[in-house]
Write a protein that binds this ligand. Structure first.
Ligand SMILES: Cc1ncc(COP(=O)(O)O)c(C=O)c1O
Ligand SMILES: N[C@@H](CCOP(=O)(O)O)C(=O)O
Length: 462
């Protein structure tokens, strides 16, 4: 299995090198050269099996000979052992035909744990074998950062620096990043928004002297392994409601497009998905684009679903690559135009995108009202991101086809929004009960590439 860049100018890599490389050296994102498929019998066989087994079946064809079968199985088992639910990703029925896929039973209470816990294991196995140390830099609007710090804290072959937008993450998200005491993890509060953090991260990858000097690695969904691990729960959820005999649809609260792109990969692998629905908050650039209005950056407006306050949706590049028939030059041209504000999507590519993705946008008031309504109607206390998903799913669902909405975070990560909507303050799980009392450790940094590079060079272990 080889991986190629969406901009067509970087060398093809193995799974191991793709995972440890992060961004391709031409600025693109790595994707598999071909997508392996699973036949109907293999998918049917998943029903009733443990999550870990489904994970092995889905991911194994992508990994090549990077890990032995035993190594890979052991990494998967260790990754999910600490989850707070035996099913790992349980399904809850909201009403006839609408299900919620709870992805928040991992250690940091968001879907990011599914990939990050696994990547922690895979990195450790590969780096020990290579006797190599890397510097992981991540950009976060709150959840990727907390999941990465949790997965890599205390590991002996990585330093982790997480860039988060100062004042724009929830207090729980911030504290999850700033209270771990291990000296190899660092939370950096950047003067800017998430797009600034992600742009500086990509600048670092494109600065080859810095990149090679610190052995830079990435754990954002830039990293193909992140997307891959997220493909698994589309299969586990679909078979639980009748796949492969029955088609299913998914609605995904979306920002950086990694999670919904994982759904698209599941579809390409052979899962019968009717609709993949992108649900955005008021930062609706993806909804506007998928409605045929081009991809044009606006101002990021802080919302009550802050993890999705994004304008430059990194993985949309992967979707464009396929929509433009894997023409790397065409994608590189669009990304160049994006630097100057945005681009139009060709008619042909738009048709492909609309064949795969539907979309909807949810206002702040609608998000809040949905949290209230869902509690009354089904007893489910939703986080604001999941509420955005449920709202759009209710509009997009079709009779006879189960709709599964991804619940991407636990309501306790966003207590202010949940309390405003319902009067209920969702409690943190007991293992985090003292989160608000723990001492915080963070560094305020300007939105400046040179300052960030200097900080990382000084504070990583030499
Ligand atoms: C809670 C939550 N929901 C939804 C999203 C959007 O997911 P993606 O960026 O993969 O589109 C994020 C951020 O990634 C998130 O943290
Ligand atoms: N919402 C994300 C943004 C980064 O997304 P990623 O999937 O590319 O890591 C976050 O919580 O940080």
């Amino acid at each position: 299995m080889r991986y190629i860049s969406t901009r067509g100018q970087a060398p093809a890599l193995t799974f191991e090198d793709t995972m440890l490389t992060g961004l391709a050296r031409d600025g693109g994102l790595y994707v598999p050269e071909t997508i392996p498929t699973l036949d109907e019998a293999t998918i049917a066989e998943m029903e009733g099996h443990p999550y870990e087994e489904i994970a092995y079946t889905v991911m194994r064809p992508f990994v090549g000979d990077t890990f032995t079968d035993d190594e890979f199985r052991a990494c998967i088992d260790r990754a999910y052992a600490g989850f707070g639910h035996a099913a790992r990703a349980p399904l809850v029925q909201l009403d006839q035909g609408h299900f919620l896929l709870e992805l928040f039973h991992g250690p940091t209470l968001a879907f990011k744990d599914f990939a990050m816990q696994l990547i922690g294991q895979l990195f450790q196995t590969a780096l020990r074998r290579r006797n190599q140390r890397v510097t992981i830099v991540g950009a976060t609007s709150g959840d990727t950062g907390s999941a990465a710090i949790e997965a890599f804290r205390g590991l002996d072959n990585v330093d982790v620096f997480i860039l988060y937008p100062h004042g724009r993450v929830s207090e729980v998200q911030r504290r999850q990043m700033t209270t771990p005491t291990e000296s190899n993890v660092h939370a950096l509060a950047v003067e800017g928004d998430f797009d600034d953090c992600q742009a500086r991260l990509k600048d670092m990858f494109n600065d080859f002297e810095f990149r090679d000097g610190v052995a830079l690695a990435g754990v954002n969904s830039i990293n193909w392994a992140r997307v891959l691990a997220q493909v698994v729960y589309y299969f586990s959820a679909a078979v639980a409601v009748g796949a492969p005999q029955r088609k299913v649809s998914f609605t995904v609260p979306t920002g950086n497009f990694g999670d919904i792109f994982a759904g698209y990969i599941a579809k390409r692998m052979g899962l019968q998905i009717d609709k993949l629905v992108v649900a955005t908050n008021q930062n609706d650039i993806l909804h506007r684009c998928l409605s045929g209005q081009g991809y044009h950056k606006g101002e990021t407006i802080p919302s009550i679903s802050p993890s999705m306050d994004i304008q430059v949706s990194s993985n949309f590049e992967r979707a464009l690559f396929d929509a433009y028939d894997r023409d790397g030059m065409a994608v590189a041209q669009l990304m160049e135009e994006l630097k100057h504000g945005g681009f139009e999507v060709s008619q042909g590519a738009m048709q492909v995108l609309q064949d795969h993705y539907a979309s909807g946008r949810v206002s702040e008031d609608e998000t809040s009202a949905q949290i209230t309504t869902s509690l009354k109607a089904s007893g489910e206390l939703l986080c604001p991101h999941s509420a955005v998903g449920v709202h759009v799913a209710d509009i997009e669902r079709a009779a006879g086809i189960p709709m599964i909405t991804l619940a991407t975070a636990h309501p306790a990560k966003f207590p202010a929004a949940v309390e405003a909507a319902t009067g209920i303050t969702p409690p943190l799980p007991p293992r985090m009960a003292d989160l608000y009392e723990r001492a915080e450790r963070l560094t305020r940094v300007p939105n400046d590439l040179e300052a960030l590079k200097a900080h990382i060079q000084t504070h990583r272990a030499q």
